[in-house]
Ligand binder design. Structure first.
Ligand code: TXA
Ligand code: MG
Length: 316
């Protein structure tokens, strides 16, 4: 096996320089964000971006999010209509990804967009990662730093468990604040389409721009990452379980106790924060079935249930 990945704390003064050096050399680096850890490459480097797909085992038709330092960097690569500009000003830096028309000849390789004519842009809240993008002076393409289809990483150790020795550097920013991936919306003229629910809710978006995002109805796969089976542990997963059978590993919520509890006080943000780490822990502790208590379908609970349905979907 290849030698181990180096892990540097985000507060280590070497972290930024080392990370930028690797990115410039076309290497992959794992970086923290407020949602989940990303597996990053210089978005303008075709070969480095290809390497993301092979490292994750990601289908080549599943485009990547470009992480930018702010609205000005985004505008170098995508067309930003006024509605999108308002969203950027309101929610960036933060967990809202915008899918916008790609500017041709801006230098984004086809592998980032999977040859679509749109590009997903996001400005992460985590300061070290924005500083890395600023110092690199180009966006970083970064999907979640997990093998395709598996549980997303919420700490440096998760990344290490998945990719140790396969990437030269992991920047350790501690446990991620939010714990589930960003909300993704496509913005077209005056319409907003929700492609993936996250911690930024449609109501919060409506409060800012007066337009309620509509939910995307699948006809073709516009966001191929939205495949039915995803975030999957090894164990089978059963949802909305109110009376767990003996022998199953039960993850409770609120008053409903279990082997673990996503949030004893019934706080949905806390449940999102704990979701992936508890799924991973459950998976390590049982080879049987993981059952999960009902999670209220409101606010960030909608995003939690979206991830849980994919975790429970028949594996392909
Ligand atoms: O919170 C996040 O968004 C994390 C952190 C690392 O930033 N990233 C993340 O990336 O979740 P990933 O690759 O796991 O999910 C990206 C999703 C996929 O479902 C992909 O299909 C969708 O974004 N996507 C990317 N570009 C798109 C585009 N042009 N049109 C529609 N969907 C797109
Ligand atoms: Mg992912």
């Amino acid at each position: 096996m290849a030698s181990k990945s180096r892990i540097l704390s985000a507060s280590d003064e070497q972290a930024l320089t080392a990370c930028v050096q690797h990115l410039k050399a076309g290497d992959l680096v794992a970086v923290p964000t407020e949602t989940v850890y990303g597996l990053a490459a210089d978005a303008l480097n075709y070969a480095a971006v290809q390497h993301i797909y092979t490292t994750k085992g990601r289908p080549s038709n599943n485009p990547l999010i470009c992480h930018v330092a702010g609205p000005a960097m985004a505008a170098q690569y995508v067309d930003v209509p006024p509605l999108a500009e308002t969203l950027m000003n309101a929610f960036w830096p933060g967990p809202l990804t915008l899918v916008l028309p790609l500017l041709k000849n801006a230098g984004i390789p086809d592998s980032v967009t999977a040859s679509l004519n749109t590009l997903a842009v996001r400005c992460p809240a985590t300061e070290v990662t924005r500083s890395i993008i600023e110092a690199l002076d180009s966006p970083i393409a970064a999907p979640s730093a997990n093998p395709s289809g598996q549980i997303s990483p919420t700490c440096a150790k998760d990344v290490q468990d998945a990719f140790d020795g396969h990437i030269p550097l992991i920047i350790d920013g501690g446990q991620t604040d939010i714990g589930i991936e960003s909300t993704i919306v496509a913005v077209e003229d005056n319409a907003i389409t929700l492609l993936r629910p996250g911690s930024v809710t449609p109501e919060e978006i409506e409060n800012v721009v007066g337009v309620l995002p509509t939910t995307y109805k699948k006809t073709t796969i516009v966001a191929p990452g939205q495949l039915a089976s995803h975030y999957a542990p090894n164990a089978a997963v059963e949802l909305n379980v109110t009376s767990p059978k003996s022998g199953t590993f039960h993850i409770g919520y609120g008053a409903q106790t279990g082997d673990l509890n996503l949030s004893p006080k019934g706080d949905l943000s806390e449940a999102a924060y704990n979701l992936f780490s508890m799924l991973k822990e459950a998976d390590q502790k049982t080879s049987g079935t993981i059952s999960i208590a009902p999670i209220p379908e409101e606010g960030i609970g909608i995003a939690i249930n979206d991830r849980l349905r994919r975790a429970a979907a028949p594996r392909t």
